[in-house]
Ligand binder design. Sequence first.
Ligand code: C2E
Ligand code: CA
Ligand code: CA
Ligand code: CA
Length: 277
Amino acid sequence: AKKAGRGQYRFFDQSLNLRDVEQFHLEQSFSEALHNREFVLHFQPQVALDSLQVCGFEALVRWQHPRFGLVYPDRFVPLAESTGFIVPLGLEVVRLACEQIVAWREQGLPPQVVAVNASPVQLAQPDFSERVLAILAQHGVGPDRFDLEITETSILDSTALAHLEALRAAGMSLSLDDFGTGYSGLAHLEAVPVSKLKIDRSLVAKICNRHDDSPIVSSTIILAKRMNLSVVAEGVETREQVVHLTVAGCDIAQGYHFSRPMPAAEVPAFLAQFGRA
Ligand code: C2E
Ligand code: CA
Ligand code: CA
Ligand code: CA
């Protein structure tokens, strides 16, 4: 079966492959999976480049599937978006992040800020901000423990913008994700209540060594600072990139150089060890 558009399948195509069959099964089992609590979050540290301290974690969803094992979001988030399943899934992610913040607190960890991804499909729902704030309140988690990562698509939509204003007013910080992959540039950002800019890893990957400067990254950082935005670099994999980003004035780095996303249970040991290193 070949994908014939958003969430539709043509079953008369000869090129039936395993991946399509898998996608079909994934779509069928979404609601069951939610009910069985098969979605889990992994956490990737964000490191402040001035102090080299962990300043937060990005929560990244995975599907612990009984038959397919650990399934990564690239394999099911697009499908969840086209079927609308991302709406309940997104709320489940907020719930899981709250549960984790509370659990870490109970384990005696210093309070952690968790960044959660929100799809434009979620932000187009009329009750998005209301429901997110209700979940936080239910768990006794302050909105200032949360950072919402949104993409460019959402800053061009009036419903989404109203939600962003409401969340910002409640004390949540907002980050513009994947910056550099869209089309709008920084000019569009003036009307948007984001406080952070995440430079996409495709741009960060262009920083290869100390001598090979990436003018796009450095000028993005300069402009962002001029607009009072903090800059987060994602996909940081090498020491050279850390050095370059630090010199260029980037505030926060995230990537395999520091750590891959890890299960919540590994976070306390990571924090203890990272602080000492
Ligand atoms: P993203 O928001 O841009 O997240 C960053 C992705 O880059 C993550 O992939 C992360 O594991 C990966 N990454 C981090 N550091 C490095 C590095 O140094 N090198 C490389 N090559 N990759 C790195 P992941 O976890 O597979 O997530 C993929 C995408 O799925 C995310 O991209 C995000 O768009 C989406 N996603 C993940 N969780 C959620 C969620 O809860 N809700 C929504 N709506 N989307 C999510
Ligand atoms: Ca993200
Ligand atoms: Ca990103
Ligand atoms: Ca990305």
